[in-house]
Design a protein around this ligand. Structure first.
Ligand SMILES: Cc1cc2nc3c(=O)[nH]c(=O)nc-3n(C[C@H](O)[C@H](O)[C@H](O)COP(=O)(O)OP(=O)(O)OC[C@H]3O[C@@H](n4cnc5c(N)ncnc54)[C@H](O)[C@@H]3O)c2cc1C
Length: 401
């Protein structure tokens, strides 16, 4: 297996890097460098810059606005996004519901929705999880009963990320309560403005507001918003979840964070020397860097294998990337906490996100977002399928247990 890039691939990487550095507004990059939250408008602005360039939905077929890039080019695009750092295109549209529509949706659905996803004219959110149906997603109970040319939806979704901004939600709903649990599920597109929908925030441990509960009370959804066939939603969801995991390694993101850790630890003094020269700290940092290098090599192996892979089935190795990637992201936030020391304590969960980031932090300016970032990053080993569930997948699909 050859893990080296060709001359053309390296030239492509330079082109992407140069574009990101010149086209991304400095105000957005500065927020990301300082671990601050992005506003909705930042994400929309960046998506439209990418769309103008023709790179907004790089992973889609050319026919629907994609780039036709090879797996290596796709990988480089992601890596450069994270290294810049630049905002990730909103995954709910670009990597989840968009590809599902392309694979299983009607022509009308594709024409109506796909260009609006590319330009982020519609903000999508993901309505899969419910109370009692997370890892065991097939136990979901939100029902959709056919009534003439409509479905009537009742139930509750939870942990719905950024639903407070959403125009649309794609939902798994139960259309046949008598069938075996995986076989009675359908995939519905629901306009968030429909009467009967209520969005209620869940305030997270960092004081932020990025997840929600979404309630459906006799919500009428036109039958044309069903994706594919009734009761085949579980197959479409499996297709979608396989794609979700591959983006979660975030090697470029962690590399950028390690760079920032070194910068801060070089400036922070313990006694008469910088923290970066403290042996205990260096040991921990080196351990994270070794893991990160190993993850990068694993990711490159997956990408190299994709060069030759036929079909669209997700590689079970993506579960390894998810586990290691999330563990490393969490480890980097632990190092950040160590640098910030006592200034990590006074985080202020009583403020909402926008206000909190604008509060003058106690301690140096850069210290403010560190403790919230640490708390927020606990989520990465849970969403997209918990790390324990990924280990089950590895046990079955790779180890054959
Ligand atoms: C920040 C955040 C954002 C999210 N965003 C969304 C979203 O936008 N849309 C959406 O639909 N969902 C979203 N989720 C939900 C996420 O997918 C679920 O939280 C996740 O699948 C776990 O489900 P659960 O929370 O019900 O935990 P449970 O499934 O109840 O799991 C509890 C614990 O038991 C373990 N466990 C469960 N089953 C097994 C098993 N078979 N073997 C070993 N261990 C097991 C789990 O690993 C976990 O540690 C989000 C979650 C978080 C934290």
């Amino acid at each position: 297996m050859d893990l080296r890039f060709t001359t053309e691939e390296l030239a492509f990487r330079d082109e992407v890097r140069a574009f990101f550095r010149s086209a991304l507004p400095a105000s957005i990059r500065d927020k990301l460098l300082a671990n601050k939250g992005l506003a909705k408008n930042d994400i929309v602005t960046w998506q439209r810059i990418l769309n103008k360039k023709g790179w907004a939905v790089a992973n889609w077929p050319v026919e629907w606005g994609g780039t036709g890039w090879t797996p290596v080019q796709q990988y480089m695009f992601q890596e450069e996004l994270q290294l810049t750092p630049a905002p990730q295109p909103l995954g709910f549209g670009v990597t989840m519901v968009g590809p599902v529509m392309i694979a299983f949706g009607s022509e009308e659905q594709k024409k109506r929705f796909l260009p609006r996803i590319a330009n982020l004219d519609d903000w999508w959110c993901q309505g899969f999880s419910e109370p009692g149906a997370g890892s065991d997603l097939a136990s979901l109970r939100t029902s959709a009963k056919r009534d003439g040319d409509h479905y009537v939806v009742n139930g509750q979704k939870t942990w719905t990320t950024l639903a407070q901004h959403a125009d649309w939600i794609f939902c798994l709903v139960r259309t046949d309560p008598q069938a075996k649990k995986q076989e009675g599920i359908s995939f519905l597109l629901i306009d968030m403005k429909t009467p009967g929908i209520t969005v209620r925030p869940i305030v997270t441990i960092d004081g932020g507001r990025e997840v929600n509960e979404v309630f459906f009370d006799d919500v009428a959804v036109p039958a044309e918003n069903l994706v594919g066939e009734e009761n085949k939603g579980w197959d479409y969801a499996k297709y979608l979840l396989g794609r979700e995991r591959t983006g979660i390694a975030r090697v470029g993101f962690s590399k950028e964070r390690v760079r920032r850790i070194k910068e801060l630890a070089a400036a922070e003094r313990v006694g008469d020397k910088p923290l970066l020269e403290d042996e205990r700290f260096r040991e921990k940092l080196a351990a994270v860097e070794v893991e990160l290098k190993a993850l990068e090599m694993t990711q490159l192996r997956v990408v190299a294998a994709e060069r030759n892979r036929v079909g669209n089935k997700p590689d079970p190795a993506s579960s390894i990337l998810k586990i290691k990637g999330s563990e490393i992201q969490q480890a980097t936030t632990e190092l950040l906490l160590e640098i910030v020391g006592p200034y990590a304590l006074p985080y202020q969960p009583e403020h909402d996100e926008e206000e909190r980031w604008n509060e003058p932090p106690i301690g140096p300016e850069w210290a403010g977002p560190i403790a919230p970032t640490y708390f927020n990053t606990r989520k990465v080993s849970i969403y997209g399928g918990t790390n324990e569930i990924q280990k089950n997948i590895i046990a079955k699909a790779i180890l054959g247990l």
